[in-house]
Design a protein around this ligand. Structure first.
Ligand code: SAH
Length: 345
């Protein structure tokens, strides 16, 4: 039996076997086999539904210095901004009108948003929109902090592990950032009852297929409800300015693998994928993705939340954004739905 048959049958492999499976990523036949199975599973659990998450990028201040990221602390060339609670609520109101039932508050690691301030914002959003899910994506915090935010009403948390390999993690982050802590945060979030999203970038400098095999093993162990992956894209103000971007095709292959590994997972076709390929998000849906995350941030701030160069959807009003995505989703046979879209257990 080949490693591909073995994976299709058991949905679970060892690191060495994942490494072997990944060696087939440019093989057309393997790719279509995996995508077919991914789409079959995706349809079995989610039909032709695609869930939307309204992404509110509420601060681009960050105390971290991740080498790949455009909003890293030491980038002096960007204008920093913070949204007020009232501005955040304004984004939610507009989003609710447009049919969003999940809001994602994402930002840099900005100490201004203390537990008290975050708690206040979370309670305000949940009070006004009790039928909506609230997702946070604000980086590493203490167990106690995660507990306070959870008690305030946060339902989900996105924290990509970025890479599960110690060596590569150390290579793309400054010494004060530790993979151990990042992983601990993810397990803490799970224990506190959040629906948790992990994930990684494809094609980050220094990454090999063995590193990606390690990422897959970590996801298998963590069993997250959500997985966010997208190609690495260089940002002009980072040391990786001249590096190559990650491969769209490898990202698509990995979306299919992750769908098969975690059949019920919530898997976004990311903005980074759409940035690298004009049909990237449609291709993502056709490889097993079932979530899209349109931008709900105020127009005036969109261009300032610049994690990487040429990010798409920074020049459109929220209404145009969801209209455009709705048509894109329909073009590949799916439909956007007005639901919270919780993880299936
Ligand atoms: N501060 C939050 C949010 C980070 S931004 C946190 O730590 O979770 C969200 C994601 O964007 C990151 O997890 C990273 O995987 C991705 N990202 C950052 N820089 C990128 C780049 N240059 N190309 C592609 N993705 C990038």
């Amino acid at each position: 039996m080949t490693v591909i048959d073995q994976f299709l049958e058991s949905h679970c492999l060892s690191k060495e076997e994942y490494r072997e499976l990944l060696s087939y990523w440019e093989d057309k036949e393997t790719e279509s086999l995996l995508k077919e199975e991914a789409v079959r599973l995706r349809k079995q659990y989610y039909g032709n539904k695609v869930y939307t998450r309204g992404l509110i990028e509420f601060t681009n201040y960050c105390k971290n210095n991740c080498y790949y990221c455009g909003i890293r602390r030491d980038n002096r060339h960007i204008e920093r901004y913070r949204l007020t609670e009232e501005e955040i609520l304004g984004c939610c109101r507009q989003g609710y009108q447009l049919g969003y039932r999940t809001f994602v508050l994402q930002g840099g690691e900005d100490p201004y948003y203390s537990d008290e301030r975050m708690e206040h914002i979370i309670r305000a959003v949940k009070q006004e929109f009790p039928d909506c899910a609230l997702t946070l994506s604000v980086g590493e915090r203490s167990y106690e902090s995660y507990r306070i935010l959870r008690n305030a009403g946060a339902d989900r948390y996105l924290l990509r592990h970025e890479t599960a390999d110690e060596g590569l993690y150390g290579f793309v982050h400054p010494p004060e950032m530790k993979l151990k802590l990042r992983k601990q945060c993810l397990f803490d979030l799970k224990e506190l009852g959040y629906q948790v999203g992990a994930g990684f970038m494809v094609g980050i400098p220094g990454q090999t297929l063995s590193h990606i095999a390690e990422d897959l093993c970590f996801l298998q162990k963590l069993q997250p409800e959500m997985v966010g992956i997208g190609p690495f894209i260089p940002h002009h103000d980072t040391i990786y300015a001249k590096e190559k971007a990650g491969s769209v095709n490898l990202t698509l292959f990995l979306l299919a693998v992750i769908r098969i590994m975690l059949p019920k997972v919530l898997l976004p076709a990311t903005t980074a994928l759409g940035t690298m390929d004009p049909k990237g998000r449609e291709k993502g849906l056709a490889a097993g993705a079932n979530v899209v995350m349109p931008n709900l941030s105020p127009m005036k701030n969109r261009k300032l939340y610049e994690l990487y160069d040429n990010k798409i959807c920074t020049g459109e009003e929220a209404a145009e954004c969801i209209g455009c995505l709705g048509r894109r989703v329909e073009s590949v046979g799916y439909r956007l739905v007005e639901e919270r879209g919780d993880a299936l257990r």
